[in-house]
Ligand binder design. Structure first.
Ligand SMILES: Nc1nc2c(ncn2[C@@H]2O[C@H](COP(=O)(O)OP(=O)(O)OP(=O)(O)O)[C@@H](O)[C@H]2O)c(=O)[nH]1
Ligand SMILES: [Mg+2]
Ligand SMILES: [Zn+2]
Length: 401
């Protein structure tokens, strides 16, 4: 924490004073401790101006997080979040259940943020035990080096994981079929969030199904689309590789490609994401059988997974590194990507963008667009370009998903 950059903020005190519904012996004890600790350690002062106008002054640093004497706290990493309780592993590998200090939660809510899996935290361990388990209180969250975020149904940011350095985009070649557009979305989210993407096409032991183009209004989705718009699986993989992305073929069942996958994961913190049923948990189990993650068959009727993994979980790998297993997603809405910046996440557009007639060209319908011309000339993949247009259209829509 840089000295001299701290300032005071006024935080509403009101919620703390409201009667609580479900409070039991240990939560009462925690709260009593909580208030005492804030008095002692957060340089807090309370003005006596009546119940509803009470505010506390908290010294915060430039990130608006409470400034604390770090030596007093334990450090840890959040491995799971279940409602208001976070699972935190400390530096000695011991697991703690932690609540988030109320005053910190208030600050986070104001920043429209919350504690996520992968967050590095400081927590106090003074508090009570519950069912023999030590309980901690998260006091501070370290600034994040990366985030993988998506737009949730309420149009808010959902941070899937913080501080990962790699995103393993898991797809399957069958059951469910490969969806290249979803991979393109993940590639944008990875670049935006500061993660290195690695694409993994799993279930290569199965006969590949027809690639699912999923661009509802686009010609590629029509069964009568010209053949050049409906490339085979191998061509899609080659296309990603030509763009410079690492694209693995794996099978959690036969072990195909697992040595290569292990090499990619060693020494990194990698989040696995993708549709339900593509085999994220199965791949982790295959790499480290002792973890025994739950896996379940894909439903035969719908070819959809059953959302077997319910919560994101950070797991330590014996061969070095960490993975985060996450629940399957149906849709991946991009978070905080503006239409004007989208072109930057399609690296193959870069050589052509300076040649567009208009500086603010969105490479959509504009006259003299060099990107559209490159697509026409076969120098940029038409599939990728349609994927770009789909994302651009979605971003420009009010109340977008
Ligand atoms: N044939 C084949 N089946 C696989 C492979 N990998 C996983 N499966 C099967 O696919 C099904 C779904 O696997 P999971 O590991 O539960 O998939 P997931 O991506 O974790 O799914 P969610 O947790 O719902 O997001 C299970 O029946 C697995 O046995 C593979 O490489 N080949
Ligand atoms: Mg799973
Ligand atoms: Zn253009």
């Amino acid at each position: 924490m840089a000295p001299g950059r701290k300032r005071k903020v006024r935080v509403d005190f009101r919620h703390n004073r409201q009667p609580r519904r479900r409070s039991d012996e240990w939560t009462r004890r925690l709260r009593a401790d909580e208030d005492r600790l804030i008095d002692e350690r957060l340089s807090e002062s309370v003005r006596a101006k009546g119940e509803l106008s009470r505010k506390r002054t908290v010294i915060v640093d430039e990130d608006d997080t409470p400034a604390v004497a770090e030596a007093l706290w334990r450090r840890g990493v959040v491995t799971a979040v279940h409602g208001l309780v976070c699972r935190v592993d400390d530096e000695h590998g011991r697991s703690w259940d932690c609540r988030v200090r109320r005053v910190l939660r208030t600050l986070l809510i104001r920043q429209r943020s919350s504690v996520a899996v992968g967050d590095r935290v400081w927590f106090s361990d003074h508090a009570a035990r519950h069912d023999g388990q030590p309980i901690g209180v998260i006091e501070r969250v370290a600034p994040r080096s990366s985030t993988l975020s998506r737009r949730d149904r309420r149009q808010r940011e959902h941070v899937i994981v913080a501080n990962a350095d790699q995103l393993l985009i898991v797809a399957s070649v069958a059951q469910p079929a490969l969806k290249p557009h979803l991979i393109d979305r993940y590639l944008v989210a990875a670049a935006k969030g500061g993660l290195r993407p690695v694409i993994c096409c799993n279930k290569c032991d199965l006969q590949p199904e027809a690639v699912d183009f999923e661009l509802a209004a686009e010609p590629a989705a029509r069964p009568d689309a010209p053949p050049r718009l409906r490339p085979a699986l191998g061509e899609i993989i080659d296309e990603f590789r030509r763009l410079g992305y690492t694209c693995l073929r794996t099978s959690a069942t036969t072990g195909l490609g697992l040595d290569e996958l292990r090499r990619e994961l060693t020494g990194h913190m990698t989040v696995l994401s993708g549709q339900s049923g593509v085999g994220k948990s199965s791949l982790i189990n295959a790499l480290q059988p002792g973890l025994n993650l739950e896996v379940m068959e894909v439903s035969h009727d719908t070819e959809k997974g059953r959302h077997t993994t319910a919560h994101a979980r950070l797991l330590r790998l014996d061969f070095g590194g960490y993975v985060v297993d996450t629940p399957g997603i149906r849709q991946f809405g991009l978070w905080n990507v503006e239409p004007g910046e989208l072109e930057a996440y399609f690296p193959e557009f870069a050589p052509y963008i300076p040649q567009c007639r208009f500086n603010d060209c969105h490479h959509c319908q504009e006259e003299g667009c060099a990107v559209a011309a490159a697509v026409e000339a076969g120098r940029i993949s038409e599939r990728r370009y349609l994927s770009y247009l789909k994302l651009l259209e979605e971003m420009s829509r009010p109340g977008r998903v």
